[in-house]
Design a protein. Structure first.
Length: 148
């Protein structure tokens, strides 16, 4: 159910009061405007991500070699696009995707700087990945429990 339908359902649940028609129309207009802005920004995010992918592909082509950092960066871009796709279609699990992106980003940092990093820093970043993973599990569990 989209936001306009939610607003209409909420309007039916509250008994109308004198002079409330103007407020209802204003609310519906505001919700429609915010919904449009939200969708427009999602399209802008995808366009910017695709532009970044294009720049990265050009950089890879000019360098003439594909590095592990390039592949991991492409996974980050892919996760951003996946997050937008999920947010565009259903909003109930979107909060997990930024956590997945953070896990990938920290993992990328560990892989790329692993040899030069102090062992305690690697341990701290591994703990960060564990904490992020646990938080994703809690959110997924809560969403599943809410849906049931």
């Amino acid at each position: 159910m989209n936001r306009v339908h939610q607003a209409r359902a909420a309007d039916r649940a509250v008994p109308p009061q004198e002079g409330d028609d103007a407020g209802r129309g204003e609310r519906l207009f505001a919700l429609a405007l915010f919904h449009f802005i939200e969708r427009l920004l999602l399209v802008v995010i995808v366009a910017m991500t695709l532009l970044a992918v294009a720049f990265e592909i050009v950089a890879i082509y000019r360098l003439g070699t594909i590095l592990l950092a390039d592949i991991l960066l492409m996974f980050l871009y892919l996760e951003v696009i996946g997050m937008v796709a999920v947010y565009y279609t259903k909003r109930n699990s979107v909060f997990v995707y930024p956590i997945f992106i953070a896990i990938t980003a920290v993992g990328r940092l560990v892989v790329l700087q692993g040899k030069e990093m102090a062992p305690e820093n690697i341990l701290i970043e591994a703990a960060a990945i564990l904490l992020l993973s646990l938080s994703a599990l809690v959110i997924i569990w809560a969403i599943g429990k809410q849906a049931a």
